[in-house]
Design a protein around this ligand. Structure first.
Ligand code: KG4
Ligand code: ZN
Length: 349
C-alpha cells in the first residue's frame, strides 16, 4: 500500500510517500518546507503568516514528494491538534486529492504521528512485534505526555502537563534569555558551554506520584534568577547565560527522564518509544539512554529529523489506520485545534 502523508499543523509544510507492506514502513520520499526563518523575526509562529505560507508551499511540496510516481493508494493528513488555519490548508488539499483520485482519506492525529515516527527506524522494524505494551514519551511544542500503548491504535494516557509543554518551556525560557526562536535548539546550543549545576532550578513534580508534569514554574524560576542577579548589581554575562541555559535544560531533562523511567518500571513495559521536537535534544536523548539501559528496558528514539514535524510520521500512522480501515469520508473531514491523545482512544484498555 502506497501512502501519501500530508502535514501542515504548525510551521512546517510537509509531504511524504511511504510503502506499507507486512507491517513495515519504507520511506520513498520525505519533503519538508520549514517556515522557521519566516517566523523567527516575529519571535514565534504567527498563525495567519503560517497559513498563507502553507498555501504557497503545499502543492509544490506534494508534487516533489510524488516525484511523478503512481498515484498513492491512501491519503493520510494531519487533522489536529494544531493551528486551525494551518490544518485547514492540508485537510482541504487532501480532501480535494481524495475526491479527484478516488482514493480513501485517513485523518491522522499529529501526536499519534509522532508515536509512529518510531516505526520508521530500520532497527525498529525487526522488533516491532515485541514492543507491546510500550510506554511512549511525547514531548513537543504543544504536548508533554506519557502514554501507555497496548497495541496499534490502543492508547491510555498516563499523564500530561498541567500547564506548559516541555517545548514551550524551552521556547519561553529562550525568549527570557533573548536567545531567539525556536527556543529548544537555541538553549541546547548555549547550554553546551554552561554548567548544569550552576543554578539550582526546581524539578517540578519530580517526587509526586502519578505522571503529570508542570513546567510553567520553571520559567518563573528562570526569570527570578535573572532578576535577582540584576538587582544585586551583577552583570548577566555570556557565561551566566550559558550556565542559566544549561541549568534550565537540566531541570527539564531530569524531570522527563525520571518520570519516564518510573512509568516504564511501574507498568512493566517491553519498550519505551519517544517522539516530538524536544526529543531532538541530545541531553534528553542521552539521559533516557543512560537511565533505561541501567534497567535493561529497550529504548527507541526516532532520528532527529523524524522527531521534529514531518509527513513521514503522518503517512506511517495513516498506514496503520488504513490497515484497520479507519477511513474518513472526504466530505466529512474536520480539523480540530485540540485533539488530545485520550480522545483517540477508541479501544482504550
Ligand atoms: O514536534 P515539533 O516539531 O512541533 C510541535 O508539534 O510542536 O516540536 C517543536 C518544539 C519546539 O518547542 C522546539 O523548541 C522544540 O520542539 N525543540 C527542541 C529542540 N529542537 C526542537 N527542544 C529542545 N532541544 C532541541 N534540540
Ligand atoms: Zn509535532
Amino acid at each position: 500500500m502506497l501512502v501519501l502523508g500530508i502535514e501542515s499543523s504548525c510551521d512546517e509544510t510537509a509531504a511524504a510517500l511511504v510503502e506499507f507492506r507486512h507491517g513495515k514502513i519504507s520511506v520513498i520520499s520525505d519533503v519538508v518546507a520549514s517556515q522557521i526563518a519566516i517566523h523567527r523575526k516575529f519571535g514565534g509562529v504567527v498563525p495567519e503568516v503560517a497559513a498563507r505560507t502553507h498555501m504557497e508551499h503545499i502543492l509544490p511540496v506534494i508534487e516533489r514528494a510524488l516525484g511523478g510516481r503512481r498515484r498513492p493508494d491512501v491519503i493520510a493528513v494531519t487533522a489536529g491538534p494544531g493551528l486551525i488555519t494551518s490544518l485547514l490548508v492540508g485537510a482541504q488539499t487532501a480532501q480535494t486529492l481524495s475526491y479527484l483520485w478516488g482514493k480513501p482519506l485517513v485523518a491522522v492525529n499529529h501526536i499519534e504521528g509522532h508515536v509512529y515516527a518510531n516505526w520508521i527506524a530500520s532497527s525498529f522494524k525487526l522488533q516491532a512485534l515485541r514492543i507491546f505494551p510500550a510506554l511512549v514519551l511525547i514531548v513537543s511544542g504543544g504536548h508533554t505526555e506519557l502514554v501507555l500503548m497496548k497495541g496499534h491504535g490502543r492508547y491510555r494516557l498516563l499523564g500530561a502537563t498541567r500547564d506548559d509543554a516541555a517545548g514551550e518551556a524551552f521556547d519561553k525560557g529562550a525568549k527570557l534569555l533573548s536567545l531567539g526562536y525556536p527556543g529548544g535548539p537555541a538553549i541546547a546550543k548555549t547550554a553546551e558551554r554552561g554548567d548544569p549545576s550552576a543554578f539550582p532550578f526546581p524539578r517540578p513534580m519530580l517526587s509526586e506520584p502519578g505522571y503529570e508534569f508542570s513546567f510553567s514554574g520553571l520559567k518563573t524560576a528562570l526569570l527570578y534568577a535573572m532578576m535577582n542577579r540584576k538587582k544585586s548589581g551583577a552583570k548577566i554575562t555570556g557565561k551566566i547565560i550559558s550556565d542559566l541555559s544549561a541549568s534550565y535544560q537540566a531541570a527539564i531533562v531530569d524531570v522527563l527522564a525520571a518520570k519516564t523511567l518510573r512509568a516504564a518500571d511501574e507498568h512493566r513495559v517491553k519498550a519505551v518509544l519517544c517522539g516530538g521536537g524536544v526529543m531532538a535534544n541530545t541531553e534528553l536523548r542521552s539521559a533516557l539512554q543512560k537511565k533505561l539501559s541501567q534497567k535493561r528496558i529497550p529504548l527507541h528514539i526516532p532520528s532527529i529529523a523524524l522527531c521534529t514535524d514531518n509527513a513521514v510520521m503522518i503517512a506511517a500512522a495513516g498506514a496503520f489506520k488504513a490497515a484497520r480501515k479507519e477511513y474518513t469520508d472526504w466530505r466529512k473531514i474536520e480539523v480540530r485545534s485540540r485533539w488530545e491523545m485520550a480522545q483517540i482512544v477508541k479501544r482504550e484498555t
